[in-house]
Ligand binder design. Structure first.
Ligand code: SF4
Length: 295
């Protein structure tokens, strides 16, 4: 049985950058805080915890001693967090991914022009909380077209954005269906007034570019082990894609969850993961499978 690791899997550069920020700080101080898990991967969070990183939620800001250093992870934070940091005398180490910062800036421009902002994403996801914050929590967060049709008033100037880790095809289908609705609305108005609707595909290239390669990797192996943190949004999307092309795709958070009966009759096993999956986790899984297959 041949076991291989997907060369396109592993941390995206935004996550690598955030971890670099944390490691650099931890070289000079024995303690720092992170607002939420630096990445959705328990093994990597534990590794950083051993170096002195404590994960804390923004609601517990008041428990952080004044003067402490607090990391903002790649997902970013709403403007209220920056204000709180000033109020509590906390030094922020801002590792917001530049791609997310750009989306926040683009949303802000539309907010300033009084647009109704719609975000295709998960309402409680950290990145979406940050994006919502830019709109003063007024953005409408939707996951499906029917939700959009129910909640969005298309008679208002509207702009649709996306959480960076969502599925490109679903975004495109929601955007084109809404565009069509807007056209119907224009035809339906007596005065033929302009109804404005913009769709901004803000899905990260690191995620969307991976989908095609992941499909190829999943098809070229008999069994796929997909490893990611259970909380990883990007992990769920990519796992679903792999599972769709290869039903023998299994999700594990660590090598302890592997069931060796999955490999019965398999000649090739591929190991892959999310943008938040460390390479060392995939290497560990590879070696556990190989040891069992060739003791
Ligand atoms: S997936 Fe893209 S947007 Fe998200 S952290 Fe990585 S590089 Fe940044």
């Amino acid at each position: 049985m041949v076991v291989s690791i997907d060369k396109n899997a592993g941390f995206c550069w935004g996550v690598v950058r955030a971890i670099d920020f944390a490691e650099r700080e931890l070289q000079n101080s024995s303690k720092m805080y992170s607002l939420g898990d630096v990445i959705h991967n328990a093994s990597e969070v534990n590794r950083l915890a051993k170096l002195g990183m404590e994960t804390i939620s923004v609601e517990h800001f008041d428990k952080i001693p004044a003067g402490s250093k607090v990391l903002i992870r790649a997902h970013g934070e709403p403007p209220s967090t920056y204000k709180k940091a000033v109020d509590f005398g906390i030094e922020l180490i801002d590792a917001t991914c530049p791609v997310v910062t750009k989306v926040q800036e683009r949303i802000k421009k539309f907010v300033d022009k009084n647009y109704q902002v719609v975000i295709f994403g998960k309402k409680d996801h950290a990145e979406v909380l940050g994006l919502r914050g830019v709109t003063g929590d007024k953005a409408i967060v939707i996951l499906t077209l029917s939700e959009a049709l129910e909640r969005v008033n298309l008679a208002l100037p509207t702009v649709l954005f996306s959480q960076t880790t969502m599925d490109k095809e679903t975004f495109a289908s929601i955007a084109s269906a809404l565009k069509l609705k807007v056209k119907e609305l224009v035809i339906g108005t007596i005065e033929d007034e302009a109804v404005e609707f913009h769709a901004k595909d803000t899905i990260c290239g690191q995620v969307s570019g991976r989908e095609k390669k992941l499909r190829e990797f999943a098809l070229s192996n008999d069994v796929i082990i997909f490893t990611a943190g259970k909380k990883s949004s990007n992990g769920k999307v990519l796992f679903a894609i792999a599972k769709e092309v290869n039903p023998k795709t299994f999700f594990v958070e660590s090598n302890e969850e592997i069931d060796f009966s999955w490999f019965k009759d398999a000649k090739t096993v591929g190991i892959t993961g999310a943008t938040s999956t460390p390479k060392w986790v995939m290497e560990e899984i590879k070696s556990v499978i190989e040891k069992k297959a060739h003791p």
